[in-house]
Design a protein. Structure first.
Length: 85
């Protein structure tokens, strides 16, 4: 997922505080300041790539846990957006 206007690493820190372990970037992340190949392949803009959060779920992940995660993400995004100038 990508959250326009937010930096992925900042959002990952906020989400960590509410109990979600996520990472910023794509699965094929690069240390360079350019769009990773997977993001480029789907036509992502640089600002979208910087706002990308990677979630991992399994086939056995219970639906209630996924719903709770979505609620926490929404709260984390709102918290971070409120802190922006």
């Amino acid at each position: 997922l990508s959250f326009a206007g937010l930096e992925a690493e900042s959002l990952a820190l906020v989400l960590d505080r509410v109990g979600l372990a996520v990472r910023g970037g794509s699965g094929c992340v690069t240390r360079e300041m350019k769009i990773p190949p997977a993001m480029k392949a789907i036509g992502a803009k640089p600002e979208e790539a910087r706002a990308l959060i990677l979630f991992t779920m399994g086939i056995n992940s219970p639906m209630d846990r996924m719903v709770e995660a979505a609620v926490r993400v929404a709260k984390g995004v709102k918290r971070l957006q409120a802190a922006l100038p």
